[in-house]
Design a protein around this ligand. Structure first.
Ligand code: HEM
Length: 157
């Protein structure tokens, strides 16, 4: 009788252990722990809190790789944004972001590294829309804007 009770107890505890292991992923990282995250972000005017024109061209959440105090950020924009250059102010001045292969063919994706993802990131883009799309002369402008990342809502990727 006692043995049977113990056996049931052991089975019950095993069941609990399996259930807990199932709902608690091992080594779940929380931003900014080292890891890869998807982070929603928005684009604002460089000079006010108004949303930037760039907002309409954001294609997906940013993919952020956190490594110690360094964050490697990949941002992607729709192909009708015609972004030819993407520069980021890292505090010491504007540096060219790296153009990388977009997740969706035809989009524009850029990668940059920063050590502060909780403040506005100042950016400068060169937009070149051909005259065939925006007659008669197209649209060629260097534009300033700012990105703000919702780090509190970071989701491990
Ligand atoms: C043919 C299409 C477009 C037209 C007619 C247009 C027109 C304009 C105009 C008139 C401004 C000046 C607004 C101001 O100074 O207050 C402006 C600002 C700006 N545009 Fe465009 N634009 C076009 C496409 C784009 C695209 C595709 C992008 C980015 C992907 C873009 C990004 C910006 C940015 C960042 C600014 C600075 C103000 C802000 O952040 O909204 N524009 N645009």
């Amino acid at each position: 009788m006692v043995i049977k009770f113990r056996k049931n107890l052991v089975m019950f505890m095993l069941l609990i252990a399996v259930a807990v292991a199932y709902v608690t992923p091992a080594f779940a990282a929380t931003f900014p722990d080292d890891g890869t995250y998807k982070i929603q972000y928005a684009a604002y005017s460089a000079t006010s809190t108004a949303p930037s024109m760039l907002t309409g061209y954001i294609a997906a959440p940013a993919v952020v790789v956190a490594d110690g105090n360094s964050f490697t950020v990949t941002v992607e924009f729709t192909n009708d944004s015609y972004i030819q250059n993407f520069r980021v102010n890292n505090g010491a001045g504007y540096v060219e972001a790296t153009s990388v292969t977009p997740a969706t063919a035809g989009n524009y994706a850029f990668q940059f590294t920063t050590d502060d993802l909780d403040s506005y990131v100042n950016i400068q883009i060169y937009v070149d829309i051909p005259s065939s799309v925006y007659p008669p002369n197209g649209y060629q402008y260097t534009r300033d804007a700012r990105l703000l990342f919702n780090t509190a809502g970071a989701v491990e990727a």
